[in-house]
Design a protein around this ligand. Structure first.
Ligand code: AMP
Ligand code: MG
Length: 341
């Protein structure tokens, strides 16, 4: 009798243990916003996700309020409209992002230049009246473009008279870093963030496999391939995101070559950078798009710390060896070229 009772108790205990081990699939929570001039989506899994998503949203609004170039109440607007000889106080986060943009400007030989704003406005990219500016207007405005004339000391930023900053090339990546930090702080183990082409992944998918990120065909519909990622960012720059076509059918994109003030016109159709840090990916995707394949390859060899995937107008998809391990080409019309250190 005692033996039978022991068997029953053991069986019940085993049943409870077994029940504990069968974990419920983590529930999906998703939120969409329009912020920083783009559509944003965050999909996060688990019980902590709803609270984390609320905090992510308020952080994004806070960052947008600081970094918008057009909002008259933003820190950047105040800095761009200084009347006191070019020195202004900003928050620590803004000072850090400006310093970071200046660092990548230096490393990229000025391909990324956060002082591009006066030229960008001449093209009408920040307003809705996009047009080709006269060459003499461009050459005059180019005198105001020089990242080396900007200095940051703690919370003080100094600009040369008339200069204006634009953080559009780095802000979404930086925002994705801040959002990922918040999700992790809330204990979220699995999330996918898409900030208008700036992708950030937290952990893996809830089933433990990598996230699958489609790489857009820059000149058509659909994707050209798939990247698999976990705990990593991937940011793409290309003309197809924002552009206008003039009466002659010429396409002008929103990424400007600071050397001549004109939209980039090289062999690249898109540039994707893959690295753990979103702001690095964002800064480098813009820089590499300006630099073109050859200079981008040199930068990759010099800097390391990132992988890249370049789509060219001759049908090539050029990937660094680290990216090759994570990329599957699905477009049979393109050829894959792997570059090695
Ligand atoms: P992204 O989409 O990250 O490549 O950033 C492009 C945005 O950065 C543009 O919409 C402009 O606001 C700004 N931008 C354009 N050209 C440059 C450049 N050469 N350096 C820095 N920012 C730029
Ligand atoms: Mg960028």
């Amino acid at each position: 009798m005692r033996k039978a009772l022991l068997v029953i108790i053991t069986a019940v205990c085993m049943l409870f243990t077994a029940c504990e081990n069968i974990s419920e699939p983590a529930e999906e929570h998703s939120k969409d916003w329009f912020a920083m001039d783009t559509f944003m989506n965050v999909t996060a899994y688990g019980d902590n996700a709803p609270g984390a998503l609320e905090e992510v949203w308020s952080k994004i609004s806070e960052l947008e309020d600081m970094w918008s170039v057009t909002d008259e109440k933003s820190e950047l607007y105040a800095l761009n409209n200084l009347k006191n000889g070019g020195t202004g106080a900003v928050s620590t986060e803004t000072a850090e992002l400006i310093s970071f943009a200046l660092e990548i400007a230096e490393r990229s030989g000025g391909a990324l230049d956060p002082t591009i704003y006066p030229v960008l406005t001449a093209w009408g990219f920040t307003t809705e009246e996009k047009h080709v500016p006269p060459p003499d207007e461009l050459s005059q405005l180019l005198e105001l473009v020089d990242y080396r004339a900007v200095s940051v000391s703690e919370n003080t930023v100094t600009l040369r008279d008339g200069m204006m900053l634009d953080l559009g090339a780095v802000a979404k990546g930086a925002a994705s870093d801040a959002a990922a930090d918040i999700l992790r702080k809330h204990g979220v183990k699995s999330a996918l963030l898409n900030f208008g082409g700036s992708i950030m992944t937290v952990g893996t998918k809830p089933d433990g496999t990598d996230w699958r990120i489609g790489i857009k065909n820059p000149v058509g519909d659909g994707n050209i391939g798939v990247l698999t990622l976990s705990d990593c960012a991937a940011v793409t720059s290309g003309m197809y995101e924002r552009y206008f076509i003039d009466e002659n059918g010429t396409l002008y994109g929103h990424i400007i070559d600071p050397k001549n003030g004109y939209p980039v016109n090289n062999e690249l159709l898109s540039a994707t950078i893959i690295a753990p840090e979103g702001r690095l990916c964002d800064a480098l995707s813009t820089a590499v798009f300006v630099m073109g394949t050859e200079r981008a390859e040199t930068l990759w060899r010099e800097m390391g710390k990132f992988d890249m995937l370049l789509v060219t107008n001759s049908g090539e998809v050029i990937v660094t060896e680290g990216a090759a391990e994570r990329f599957t080409l699905t477009d049979s019309g393109k050829t894959l070229k792997v570059i090695k250190k």
